[in-house]
Ligand binder design. Structure first.
Ligand code: HEC
Ligand code: HEC
Length: 356
């Protein structure tokens, strides 16, 4: 009898647990919900960022710099509908998929985010029948939820940086600015990070290969063994690749969504994707399309062996609106990223034709 009662109790508890964590709710039409909690992507106390069933945290080999913010990324696909593997482009996620990226300052262990972490914003990319939609949610001061802020926001705050605390005006992009970076290939809104090269690494949140785990969890189909898939270096880990490999991984994630043949940066003729092999397309001894202030009076995008004479370095080392590259998404210079690109240019051999 006791056994049966216990069983009944266990069943009841399981039922209660199931009821208290409703499944992910994909809102595929306007108006999109005002609160992040309405998506059920995170369950329980929102501020600890505990992913719901089917919502999987992931990491990249080389992530985008955003004013030294810490980031937590998650992926969700509709049950039974994995994304299709592609060796070169971001994976093809089915309608109903939701990708998230939370920006914060402090530790971001999923389900265990502490009070010391400053939660700033959670961005959603939602694949609707009409295409991908970008939604910025800004965290409420009480950390209980985040609120849809389509107009974006400027949040003054003091942040930690490797060089000590800095006062910044943190910029939450508006829904239109998402397109500035995410409308890259073919000028339609799409994800950027989930590529084979950038996901092919040890899973930062579980044992083993991240690609293999995506396949095992039903997130991805058609992927080869991890060893047969392309792999980007981690920009800040010398053990992961040469200066050249790390610089190219950095440029790929920071620049190639605009500097590709179909992107908004293609007018410059400078192509910075990981697949580009032609040195001239990568800026070597290439005169800029527009001279003037943006190029700092310098003659070439990249002068082998001379970072100080290279426009590419000059524009990365700037935080001025008409000069800085990337032109969106940061208010500070990424000093460590600039240092890597300087090292990359410095070790190149040769030079460019002297001034006429
Ligand atoms: C400065 C360029 C830029 C802007 C502006 C931008 N993003 Fe992104 N976003 C990226 C890059 C690059 C990645 C991939 C690298 C990473 O996650 O670190 C990314 C990743 C993401 C991801 C994770 C999935 C993916 O595509 O890799 C989401 C979700 C996302 N962005 C949403 C948004 C939303 C919503 C907006 C507008 C409110 C926005 N982003 C604005 C550049 C940008
Ligand atoms: C949001 C889109 C975008 C991103 C991201 C971006 N760029 Fe650009 N870039 C442009 C556009 C548009 C131009 C042409 C207009 C101009 O020169 O300002 C350009 C021009 C340039 C030029 C001048 C090239 C020439 O030959 O005329 C350099 C150098 C450059 N970008 C470097 C970079 C680097 C390095 C990164 C990444 C660290 C980067 N850009 C990221 C859009 C972007």
């Amino acid at each position: 009898m006791i056994g049966l009662a216990l069983l009944a109790e266990v069943a009841l508890l399981a039922l209660l647990a199931a009821c208290s964590t409703p499944p992910v709710q994909v809102h595929a039409q306007r108006p999109f919900p005002d609160k992040l909690s309405a998506w059920n992507l995170f369950v329980g106390d929102m501020s600890v960022l505990k992913p719901n069933e089917g919502v999987v945290p992931y990491g990249l080999n080389s992530p985008l710099f955003t004013d030294y913010a810490d980031k937590l990324r998650t992926v969700y696909v509709p049950p039974g509908q994995p994304a299709a593997y592609d060796p070169a482009a971001p994976f093809d996620f089915p309608v109903g998929s939701v990708l998230t990226k939370t920006f914060a300052y402090g530790a971001l262990a999923p389900g265990a985010v502490g009070e010391g972490t400053r939660l700033v914003e959670t961005r959603l990319l939602v694949h609707t029948a009409e295409g991908w939609v970008g939604l910025p949610y800004v965290w409420d001061a009480d950390r209980k939820d985040a609120t849809l802020t389509l107009a974006g926001a400027t949040i003054p705050m003091t942040i930690p940086t490797p060089a000590g605390p800095r006062q910044i005006a943190y910029g939450v992009p508006n829904a239109n600015q998402c397109k500035g970076c995410h409308e890259s290939h073919g000028r339609t809104m799409s994800p950027i990070g989930p590529t084979a090269r950038n996901l092919n690494r040890d899973d930062p949140y579980a044992e083993g290969s991240q690609l293999a785990r995506w396949v095992a969890l039903g997130l991805l189909t058609g992927a080869p063994e991890a060893a047969a898939a392309p792999r980007a270096a981690a920009w800040d880990d010398p053990a992961s690749g040469s200066v050249d490999a790390r610089a190219r991984a950095y440029l790929d994630v920071h620049c190639a969504h605009c500097h590709n043949p179909d992107g908004p940066g293609n007018t410059s003729g400078l192509l910075l994707g990981a697949d580009v092999a032609e040195p001239r397309l990568l800026g070597r001894c290439k005169a800029p399309v527009a001279a003037g202030k943006a190029s700092g009076g310098l003659r070439y995008d990249v002068v082998p062996g001379d970072p100080d004479a290279s426009i590419l370095v000059h524009r990365m080392a700037s935080a001025e609106p008409d000069v800085m590259m990337p032109e969106l998404g940061r208010s500070l210079v990424h000093e460590e990223g600039v240092a890597l690109i300087r090292a990359w240019v410095a070790e190149m051999e040769g030079g460019c034709a002297a001034q006429p």
